[in-house]
Design a protein around this ligand. Structure first.
Ligand code: GAR
Length: 203
């Protein structure tokens, strides 16, 4: 553990189709005491989504807020505040986060992207599209990026990257699983970095 004096309370946003593997990697790192953090709430958009089901099965507190809600942004903030969240972690969340949330949690909202930003980012670059673009470009290296979220897709400050090779016979599936293994290490490490940084500035 680093400099943090208390555990960061995490609010994790999962996507409608995501498996929730980053969410569970973060939760496992918290439970094992590898990082000074705890999962306060996991927020999804659809009740039966795989990632929310996984969170429930892990005994984590979950909330559902439909992105179709007129008051989507304010409702998200309400849920985050009710759970006393310090850091917001997007994990397979494929939308632009409402600007109210970005403003309220400025510098405290992180996203993970399955490529080495600033390459292969931006609107439409998510999930398998990213890995296909990396393969099409003939890259010899890929990896993942944890970055601070602002109001532009994939453009906030880069906190941490981990790399892995792209192999000659890679498919989207083989490359994405190699990158995913790096994501599961990168996200907990980035949370610890950012939480320590916040505590250092506040000290
Ligand atoms: C992860 O690979 C993450 O990097 C990606 O979605 C997947 C979610 O998997 N996110 C993006 O592409 C965001 N632009 P998970 O549900 O198993 O964590």
């Amino acid at each position: 553990m680093g400099l943090a004096t208390r555990k960061a309370r995490l609010g994790i946003f999962v996507g409608v189709k995501g498996r929730g593997s980053n969410m569970s990697a973060i939760a496992d790192a918290c439970t094992a005491g590898h990082i000074p953090a705890e999962v306060a709430v996991v927020i999804g958009q659809v009740s039966g989504s795989p990632a929310l089901e996984k969170a429930r099965s892990m005994g984590l507190k979950t909330e559902v807020v439909s992105s179709k809600e007129a008051q989507y942004g304010p409702l998200l903030i309400k849920k985050l505040q009710e759970a006393s969240v310090d850091l917001v972690c997007l994990a397979g969340y494929m939308r632009i986060l409402p600007s109210e949330v970005v403003d309220e949690y400025q510098g405290r909202t992180l996203n993970i992207h399955p490529a080495l930003l600033p390459k292969f980012g931006g609107q439409g670059m998510y999930g398998s599209h990213v890995h296909q673009a990396v393969l099409d470009a003939g890259e010899s290296e890929s990896g993942c990026t944890v970055h601070v979220v602002n109001n532009v897709y994939d453009e906030g400050e880069i906190v941490l990257q981990r790399t892995c090779p792209v192999l000659p016979n890679d498919t989207v599936e083989s490359l994405s699983s190699r990158v995913l293994a790096e994501e599961h290490l990168a996200y907990p490490a980035a949370i610890e970095l950012v939480w320590n940084r916040i505590n250092t500035y506040q000290a």
